[in-house]
Design a binder for this molecule. Sequence first.
Ligand code: ACM
Ligand code: ZN
Length: 526
Amino acid sequence: MKHFFFLLFVLFSCSVEARQNESALMPMPNNIVQGQGASFVVNPSKVAIYVNDSQLSFAAEKLQSVFLDRMGVEIQVSESSKSAVRLLIDSQMEGKEHYVLEVDKKGLLIKGATRQAIFYGIMTLDQLLLGDVCQTQAKKITPVKIDDAPRFPFRALMLDPARHFLPVKDVKFYIDQMARYKYNALQLHLTDDQGWRMEIKKRPELASKEHYTQEELKDLVEYAALRNVEIIPEIDVPGHTASVLSVYPELKCTSADSIEIEVGKTFNLMLCAADEKVYAVYSDVIAEVADVFTSDYIHLGGDESHIDSNWAKCKDCTEMMKREGYQKPSQLMIPFFNRIFSMLKQHDKKAVLWCELDNIYYPANDYLFPYPKDVVLVSWRYGLTPTCIDLTHKYGNQLILAPGEYAYLDYPQLKGDLPEFDNWGMPVTTLEKCYQFDPGYQLENEKQQHLLGVMGTLWGEAMKDINRVTYMTYPRGFALAEAGWTQMEHREWESFKSRLYPNLSDLMKEGVFVRVPFEIVKRDIR
Ligand code: ACM
Ligand code: ZN
């Protein structure tokens, strides 16, 4: 009798259910056609991997580890183009992230125009195997054809080692998970009031005790690039600069002459717009940042400047304002950033800035639009993304979406949950709320063309270590990954809810500290 029930259980749970292979896909691909006929049997004595381009050696290794981890089989790489498993660069295919994955009884093919596209095909295969438990145990792959490309070209997360330092090994660990969910950019917030985390060789005094050496950063950039993640450095100016001002007090406005800076306790100061020494320091900084990071972009912050208490009260800034014919101290943002932008241009870099609409909160900060057209903006202030979308559309800037209400992953996931302290009187951003994020805000197509994609931010005040960072990231990081990759017509909350469990447990197996979203099972728990 006991055996009967066991058999029934096996038969039931392993009955060949056509869509079992979709049960762990994350983000959901945009085009899946289930195949017909027999499965592909992964027999290591008959099956080998062929790649048609030497840039695919990392992809081939990744695929070998997928077969080993999921099926326990060791598959060799072969020179024979007749091998049953093929990874092919196909330069005729459109889109650098577009891949096709085809499984039939004879084999497996993943193709794309770039190694990045093929890497994404392998990530999808990994999830097909994760979901299709019984087939995978039997070392078989269900026939399927997936033809997939992302909704948005930019899908990022942001870490803040300025507030709590994160060693390189932890950032690499974080990148490992990001790559699985097809994130392709990591912004590193390297400087803030609480610390400066990058070695600057010409100005070694800038870096805090805990910081990244340039050698470490170059290694990190390479590590990320192999996993198709671009690192975008952020050097925040002209606010969020207490750590710089503690090293170079002469860069403060005259209004702050008497302020003794205590790093970690002093906030709301700014670099003086009228002091040439500021530009000399940042010219050195930008040169080295541009050299270490391969991204075309450097993020320059530009957020939360307290102009009223700095530039507006500074003798030198107010003189400069008059000299240059500006009416308001906020307009000094124009010459200030023009100087820094020209430094970026010298190194062939483009600027990203947080999109400030904080004239709503700080009426003196009405410098704002128009930003120069070639500056990419990031929308972030709670509730103001629709306005940012409108304004950037009007003025011709590209926009990345990190709206506070969906994408600020430092906000708690449930009332009473971590983090331990409430940084901003943070509202709760539940997983379900996060999943409701449509980066296109249901706008007509023409009004979405300037939207580059999405970014989830892990502001670090309460992120004391990598475990806290990953706990705050997952599972909401799945929701944002899907917001960035998957067209709205293929997104569905009930489907997402069921697909997240195998992914959460798989992350746990990798030693990733995650939050189990028990509230989505029993809804009245809130
Ligand atoms: C920000 O949250 N200060 C961009
Ligand atoms: Zn000043």
